[in-house]
Design a protein. Structure first.
Length: 330
């Protein structure tokens, strides 16, 4: 039933940034080495994600758009997920809340399909050299009530940029471009990071320099520690590179960007002797662990992760950061 589909879709797609998150995650899951995100009017009129990944074969296009169809998991091992996606909800949801066109080349042939208001059009031959282009126009055109909840173009653009940058930090080997094609369609590059090479720390350092700025990278301490099945790595800035707002604090668990108060609390604990309360340390930290130690996806749209034992994670971060700060002479 179309109405029910639209309501469910609204849960997954709250705003343009949630569409961008789903589409970029799909591109990464498809093995893309470069992902381009284009938006117009904060993503309200256009979100377009282009990748050079494995593509979708023409006969699979309708399947990719049907609810709960995923090529990524057989359903038997929900805990051992190595892809971002596994629910098969994103594309059907986007097709229910906007005008969606997917053009893709898979199995040697390129084709496109259009969906609008949940209605699938026919699969038609198309021209595309490789990968996939997913275009979402006029988000929430069929549900004007939802449109009203969107913020200004500027803050929607900001939210899109934040999503792209978080995923760019999570995937240093993948190149990312974010372009704003509002107005004359000429386009303006808002963010660009070329694929990083080298070992884990080199690649991450290079990517953090692109995303958080050279000043962060130059003031960043390497962090590495392990405890009770949790492996921590990443970079945290020297106390001298702190901010008036807690904007540059990023945590990734098993490769997924997560928003969790855990990090700000742990950072405060580690830096309390070096920073006044109105200064916030900057860090990008990654924790890898056995999937059994975390609960993933409390909410479909938010890729939240909760540690079964947050105390261990917090203790690990605090002690590793204190150690890194002490080595640096603090
Ligand atoms: P999920 O990611 O949970 O599998 P989605 O609705 O996001 O569900 O995507 C449905 C399916 O469409 C995926 O399982 C995948 O097979 C295919 N797909 C989506 N986006 C891409 C892409 N950019 N490249 C290749 N295949 C894709
Ligand atoms: Mg997906």
């Amino acid at each position: 039933d179309a109405a029910i589909n639209r309501i469910a879709a609204g849960e997954v797609v709250e705003r343009p940034a949630s569409a961008v998150k789903e589409l970029v995650e799909n591109a990464i899951d498809a093995g893309a080495t470069r992902v381009m995100v284009e938006i117009a009017d904060g993503g309200k009129t256009l979100v377009r994600v282009t990748d050079d990944g494995c593509g979708i074969a023409p006969e699979d296009l309708p399947l990719a758009l049907s609810r709960h169809a995923t090529s990524k998991i057989d359903g038997s091992d929900l805990l051992n997920i190595h892809t971002f996606g596994f629910r098969g909800e994103a594309l059907p949801s986007l097709g229910a809340v906007g005008r969606l066109t997917i053009t893709s080349r898979g199995g040697g042939e390129a084709a496109e399909i259009k969906v609008s208001g949940g209605k699938l059009g026919p699969v038609k031959p198309a021209a595309l050299r490789a990968g996939t282009v997913v275009e979402l126009r006029d988000l929430f055109y069929a549900t004007p009530a939802r449109l009203k909840f969107l913020r200004t173009d500027r803050s929607e653009t900001q939210a899109v940029s934040d999503v792209v940058k978080r995923l760019a930090m999570a995937e240093p080997a993948v190149g990312f471009t974010l372009r704003d094609v509002s107005g004359d369609g000429q386009g303006r590059t808002a963010f660009r990071a070329d694929p990083e090479t080298g070992d884990l720390f080199d690649a991450l350092h290079g990517r953090l320099s692109q995303v958080l700025g050279r000043e962060f990278a130059e003031n960043a301490l390497r962090v590495e520690a392990e405890r009770e099945g949790l492996r921590l790595f990443g970079y945290a800035a020297l106390p001298t590179y702190s901010r008036g707002a807690a904007v540059a604090q990023y945590l990734f668990v098993n490769g997924r960007p997560v928003r969790d108060k855990l990090l700000s609390g742990a950072l405060r604990g580690a830096y309390q002797d070096f920073l006044s309360r109105d200064r916030h340390p900057a860090a990008a930290l990654f924790i890898d662990c056995d999937p059994h130690l975390v609960d993933v996806n409390v909410h479909p749209a938010k890729s939240e992760v909760r540690f079964r034992d947050a105390g261990i994670a917090r203790g690990l971060i605090v002690s590793a950061l204190r150690h890194a700060l002490a080595e640096a002479g603090h």
